[in-house]
Design a protein around this ligand. Structure first.
Ligand code: NDP
Length: 338
């Protein structure tokens, strides 16, 4: 059983060498004393920014750090090989928390979901039909109180979450602009996802001036994925009673000390609501979300772009790539396709 092992906590920039590959033997049977255990073959693994924060000791974190010396854990799509759980049987496909390894014995089965609809790519269950999809849905509809015609800005807009927020906002009739870190990503936003406009933040010396160019009348909704100086510039460009949905701050995850935010005072005169959220509080909305999004996918009204790294040994580089923008779309690792 090939595995990706997490070495030890990393306070600054995460590197590939903070993980290593090892191989061990595993019996492809759930042990008799493992009540409710499910043994799976991992097909697709998800790379998500939060995983980096499990590799450091973070004060006030909502999720436990990984154990040094253990396989990296994260969401995946897998096939059941053997099961002692009444809800899962051999041959079922599932998604949920699994390990960065070829085979996993899953005992925390409360994190698993059975895959019923296989008319879509299976990897979608760690993207648009999984945690990132629900994040976009809850973070936009539940937190932003969006209305038709409003001006919406999204950072890290071509990523797993951002590309969906933009498409949801367009379907609602909003004016949508996204920022991303390369020309290819900007083209994707405008030509594939249907954003009204997009810009490469790395080419803008003055983010405040850039936002004034794209939003001469200001921003009603900011979907915050990156933090840092982007947030500061956005705060200067919000409209009266604007909403900021704080989904994440990926620019901060590789810093030993988070950067300060300077323009929070803008919240007061403009009566802005800035609200953080965790997708875990919205898992009850999954059925409602799937009812909405599956028809959109099948009718081609929503598209989803994935970036697939081939092979478990490329998983560490794929995770690191999230923090320098190497991924174009949702970063997935294909461990096996059957
Ligand atoms: P992405 O697929 O968007 O990948 C991360 C992207 O962030 C990179 O591709 C890169 O794109 C951008 N990025 C990396 N470093 C920086 C930087 N220093 N400054 C600006 N941009 C940077 O990730 P996700 O869509 O999965 O996640 C987006 C955000 O949502 C993250 O902050 C994540 O933590 C958060 N999140 C929060 C959840 C919640 O429950 N609140 C759940 C899931 C995700 P580019 O080339 O454009 O720079």
């Amino acid at each position: 059983n090939k595995q990706v092992i997490f070495k030890d906590y990393v306070p600054g920039v995460l590197k590939e060498s903070d993980m290593y590959i090892t191989t061990s033997t595993i019996k492809l049977k759930v042990p008799e004393d493992c009540t409710n255990g499910v043994l799976v073959k991992n097909l697709y693994l998800s790379c998500d920014p939060y995983m980096r924060n499990r590799m450091r000791k973070l004060q006030g974190s909502y999720i436990a750090p990984l154990n040094p010396g253990s396989p990296v854990s994260g969401r995946g799509v897998a096939k059941v090989l053997d099961s002692r759980h009444p809800d899962y049987k051999k041959g079922d496909f599932i998604w949920g928390m699994t390990g960065w390894e070829e085979y996993s014995l899953i005992t925390a089965t409360e994190t698993l979901f059975k895959i019923h609809d296989k008319d879509v790519p299976l990897s979608y269950y760690i993207g648009i039909l999984g945690m990132p999809g629900l994040t976009a849905y809850a973070g936009f509809y539940e937190i932003c109180s969006p209305k038709k015609g409003e001006f919406v800005f999204i950072s890290a807009a071509s990523g797993a979450v951002g590309q969906l927020v933009g498409q949801f906002a367009k379907l609602l009739g909003c004016y949508v602009v996204g920022s991303a870190g390369s020309k290819d990503k900007v083209d994707l936003l405008k030509n594939k996802f249907g954003f009204d406009d997009a810009f490469n933040y790395k080419e803008e010396m003055d983010l405040d001036a850039a936002l004034k160019r794209y939003f001469p009348d200001g921003i009603d909704i900011y979907f915050e994925n990156v933090g840092g100086n982007m947030l500061d510039a956005v705060l200067l460009n919000m409209r009266l009673r604007g909403r900021i949905s704080v989904c994440g701050m990926v620019s901060q995850y590789n810093l030993e000390q988070p950067e300060g935010v300077h323009n929070l005072m803008s919240l007061v005169p403009k009566r802005i609501r800035m609200e953080g959220f965790l997708v875990y509080d919205y898992f009850h909305l999954f059925p409602k979300y799937l009812d909405m999004v599956l028809p959109y996918i099948k009718q081609g009204k929503i598209v989803y772009v994935e970036d697939t790294a081939e092979g478990l040994e490329n998983a560490p580089a794929a995770l690191i790539g999230l923090f320098n923008g190497r991924n174009i779309g949702k970063q997935v690792v294909a461990v096996s396709r059957e």
